[in-house]
Design a protein around this ligand. Structure first.
Ligand code: NAD
Length: 293
């Protein structure tokens, strides 16, 4: 098994367990480096394409980044697969592709969504390319639209931001938006289990699955759990508005009936996932200090 990563936000330390395994090799390379990518693709049976610019919030500051890293990056992966005769792909898309949906919980068949972020747009374009490769070149794909993922090796997102802010000042915390944004989250091991549940039943063409829990919480709820765990009671200063930033969806709640029909169920609730993430970051302070590059 080959891991291909430019280590831009990934950490070699996260792969310590894999690297100790004789069957795993890490190639440090960029998706946009065709030569290196084609070489790494040689002899592979399938691809789990997770590499991306996973940051939703700062898309407008770097309009080209999502296009290059997510859409063109996905195109490069597909072309390397085609050149090397690899036909099976799993893809980490996102619930952000639904923009601000009108149907809740939001099913995979929701009306074609208006895009509200460059990240969502770039991922939806990646999905479209994959579907077209399935039609045109006989590829087989599992496309996963994740809600926000929590748990071990977490290096960006709201729990990360809140912990950093509390470490700086435990008496006062800035909350982006009005704190009433409703969000759904998924524990990382539940996410991986769901991916394999779908992968093992895949049977040609492109299949799309929402991955999430059947609950949601508010940003305020999550901050409350974090503070309780840390034993702090900071005064909350809201920046105001229904959205934390342009492109932030005030309500994310995905319909997961399709993946549940395969027998998959999440093991952790959102609250348990938030607390697990807090505990992980407290036990691994270097992750919190360095964060995503
Ligand atoms: N974390 C979430 O809440 C979430 C939610 C929805 C979708 N996703 C998607 O899941 C995937 C993993 O997300 P994550 O949160 O673990 O992000 P992450 O930033 O921790 O991981 C992305 C990985 O891709 C690598 N990478 C980035 N650009 C690359 C490039 N050009 N070439 C080679 N490697 C590159 C990074 O070094 C890193 O190891 C991403 O595709 C992301 O868009 C994540």
């Amino acid at each position: 098994m080959t891991g291909y990563d430019n280590l831009s936000t990934g950490r070699r330390e996260f792969l310590a367990g894999a690297l100790a395994h004789g069957a795993f090799r890490l190639v440090v390379g960029d998706l946009l480096d065709e030569t290196a990518l084609h070489a790494a693709m040689e002899g592979q049976d399938a691809v789990f394409h997770l590499a991306a610019n996973a940051d939703v919030r700062f898309g407008l500051e770097h309009p080209q980044r999502d296009l290059e890293q997510n859409t063109i990056g996905t195109f490069r992966v597909l072309e390397a697969m085609r050149a090397r005769g690899v036909r099976r792909i799993a893809f980490s898309s996102t619930g952000s592709i639904y923009g601000e949906p009108t149907v809740f919980p939001t099913p995979e068949t929701a009306p074609f969504p208006v895009q509200t972020s460059l990240y969502g747009a770039s991922k939806l374009a990646g999905e479209a390319l994959i579907s077209a490769y399935c039609e045109g070149f006989g590829f087989e794909a599992c496309i996963f639209r994740f809600v926000s993922v929590l748990g071990e090796r977490y290096s960006h997102g709201h729990v990360f931001d809140f912990l950093r802010k509390i470490a700086r000042d435990p008496t006062r915390i800035e909350v982006l938006g009005d704190g009433r944004q409703r969000k759904s989250y998924l524990y990382v091991h539940d996410c991986i289990d769901a991916m394999f549940a779908a992968w093992s039943r895949s049977s040609g063409g492109a299949s799309v699955y929402n991955l999430g829990t059947d609950e949601f919480c508010t940003v305020d709820d999550s901050l409350g759990w974090i503070c309780e765990r840390l034993g702090v009671r900071p005064e909350r200063a809201y920046t105001g508005g229904a959205r934390g930033w342009v492109g932030d969806s005030p309500f994310i709640f995905l319909d997961t009936a399709r993946i549940r029909a395969l027998g998959w169920r999440p093991q952790l609730s959102i609250r348990e996932s938030v607390l697990r993430t807090v505990d992980y970051l407290r036990a691994h302070p270097w992750v919190l200090e360095r964060g995503a590059a």
